[in-house]
Ligand binder design. Structure first.
Ligand SMILES: [Zn+2]
Length: 138
């Protein structure tokens, strides 16, 4: 079976060299992205139930990256490194809530580079209460 599939794919690639390479990129819409983060957050008991929508966060943040403070182009889509993404200021993996107050707009590149670290707060000021060991917003 695997042999036949391999033969088929080889033949298909000869006929059309772009086969499997010209598909639409995986498109995230607002609801899908929110559902993904919400499921992740629920698993960690961190969801507040308030919707976090990229377009809302982006207009609130004036299309400015919360990490590098550069402009974020809303015309770019994933996986472009400069495409908009949602950055959890206090990461979900560190107990941060999935809530609009804990989310900022960031370039995908900046967000990936940041990883599961706490963002330096450019907005709102103050320091996140990491040292207290308590989860903010709860
Ligand atoms: Zn950035």
């Amino acid at each position: 079976m695997r042999e036949r599939l391999r033969e088929y794919m080889a033949k298909r690639r000869q006929q059309d060299p772009d086969y499997c390479q010209n598909r639409q990129p995986h498109v995230w819409d607002d609801q899908r992205r929110d559902g993904y983060h919400r499921r992740k957050a629920i698993k960690k008991g961190a969801s507040t139930g308030r919707p976090v929508l990229l377009t809302e966060i982006a207009s609130r943040d004036d299309w400015t990256c919360g990490i590098c403070e550069g402009h974020v182009d809303h015309g770019l889509i994933w996986p472009d490194p400069l495409s908009p993404s949602l950055d959890h200021i206090l990461p979900l993996s560190l107990g941060g809530p999935h809530d609009p107050d804990n989310v900022q707009l960031a370039h995908l590149r900046c967000n990936v580079r940041k990883g599961a670290k706490v963002s330096m707060p450019y907005r709102g000021g103050g320091v996140l209460p990491l040292h207290t060991g308590s989860k903010p917003g709860i």
